[in-house]
Design a protein around this ligand. Structure first.
Ligand code: HGY
Ligand code: MN
Ligand code: MN
Ligand code: MN
Length: 398
């Protein structure tokens, strides 16, 4: 199963993945999911927001246990972020069938669309739409770097975008959602455990900084005469690092667009995207306010105009105590399974506002993620599948 997914959207040059929403690579991943569902005799469907579902049992009962994750990736992403959760879900179902359990509640496996937001800039589009945290109007405005809108991209991929939007009936079918994910830090490596349970997701967001100056000749324009937005942008990157260190948070400028993007032209526009996250809202506010204040000073100094737009925001997620404790009981052996927070966003975090939701993490020995170097050992992946099967058995079986 893992082997058939592995080549899709993979770059031979870097070993990383480019599986962006509604592209050819995404379509191949979706076909893979459908084939896995059908091979197991599950009822396959795509919901109004393009999320994929594979059902065992009658969804209309209203107390389904759902597990899954996403198959899309960041630019040059790793093999595990997302796919590990989907593959482990199918593997856990196989394990439950091998255990010959009888299911008391319907079970579903899901692949949420566009979790990473690599193409349209907003993360967790599929789950946000379903949970009513993104309106159809706003979703229709999402546009990729080439000017293609989300509905156009969906249509090109053969999906009807006209019905996207909140899906309370679907959420009402779900009694619990459990997402397994590769850990994106080293907490489990430090405790020496293959599997952990999530406690919380840090509040996080994305802000777009547009620095506008004046394009001019790189050879003939005196330094004193320039309005160079690259200077204020560069100083802002350094300020982001400083503010994040002060607040014990993280702040990253990882994406940039430059106009006209000529080696011998002073830029007219430098657009940088800030991703910032912190353990609590107050620290996050402090960091972002500090970065914006610094950016305005630098822009003034260089005669540059600055616009800052908050493109997305996800408040802190505290996973439901009762379900988290239940997972702890179901997985409890000689020593308790570690409970850990994370700075990474997940569909589980979006859904936690609507339904009882929990997450399992699988050890990542280097902590590296959103990179081709992302890794989890095979034994740990197997431990993850066993843990997920134990959880699903405890929640869905007699
Ligand atoms: O955390 C993220 O960047 C994304 O939501 N996976
Ligand atoms: Mn990710
Ligand atoms: Mn992920
Ligand atoms: Mn010339």
């Amino acid at each position: 199963m893992w082997r058939s997914l592995r080549p899709i959207g993979r770059s031979d040059a870097t070993g990383g993945y480019r599986r962006y929403a509604w592209t050819a690579a995404d379509a191949e991943c979706r076909l893979w999911f459908q084939a896995q569902a059908e091979a197991r005799g599950l009822d396959y469907e795509v919901d109004r927001n393009g999320n994929q579902w594979a059902w065992l049992g009658d969804p209309s009962r209203g107390d389904a246990v759902v597990t899954g994750s996403h198959l899309d990736s960041v630019p040059d992403g790793g093999a595990f972020d997302g796919p590990l959760g989907v593959v482990s879900s199918f593997a856990a179902l196989d394990e439950l069938r091998a255990r010959k359990v009888s299911f008391a509640r319907p079970l579903a496996i899901t692949n949420f669309g566009d979790e990473e937001g690599a193409r349209f800039g907003l993360a967790c589009v599929g789950s946000r739409l379903t949970a009513g945290q993104l309106t159809r109007e706003k979703a229709y405005e999402l546009t990729d770097a080439s000017g293609t809108t989300l509905p156009q991209a969906m249509e090109t991929a053969g999906y009807d975008p006209s019905t996207i939007g909140p899906d309370p009936e679907r959420l009402a079918r779900i009694g619990a959602f459990v997402e397994l994910h590769v850990e994106q830090g080293r907490a489990l490596d430090l405790t020496g455990d293959p599997v952990g349970i999530a406690s919380a997701i840090w509040p996080h967001g994305r802000w777009r900084f547009d620095f506008r100056g004046e394009a001019n000749h790189a050879g003939t324009t005196r330094l004193a005469d320039r309005r160079d937005p690259m200077l204020s942008y560069a100083e802002t990157v350094l300020a982001a690092r400083r503010e994040a260190e002060l607040a014990g948070a993280v702040a990253t400028f990882g994406k940039i667009a430059v106009e006209p993007n000529g080696v011998n032209a002073i830029p007219s526009l430098v657009r940088g995207w800030l991703d910032s996250r912190a353990a609590d809202q107050e620290s996050l506010d402090t960091v972002v306010t500090g970065i914006e204040k610094a950016a305005r000073e630098y822009a003034d100094r260089h005669g540059v105009d600055l616009d800052v737009v908050r493109e997305s925001f996800t408040p802190v997620v505290e996973f439901e105590d009762a379900l988290r404790d239940e997972l702890g009981r179901l997985l409890g052996g000689e020593r308790p399974v570690p409970v850990l927070g994370t700075g990474a966003g997940h569909d589980a975090g979006i859904l936690s506002g609507s339904i009882p939701t929990a997450m399992l993490f699988v050890r990542n020995p280097t902590g590296v993620s959103h990179s081709p170097a992302e890794f989890a050992a095979e034994d740990d992946c197997v431990a993850g599948v066993t843990a997920l099967a134990d959880v699903l058995e405890g929640l869905a079986c007699r």
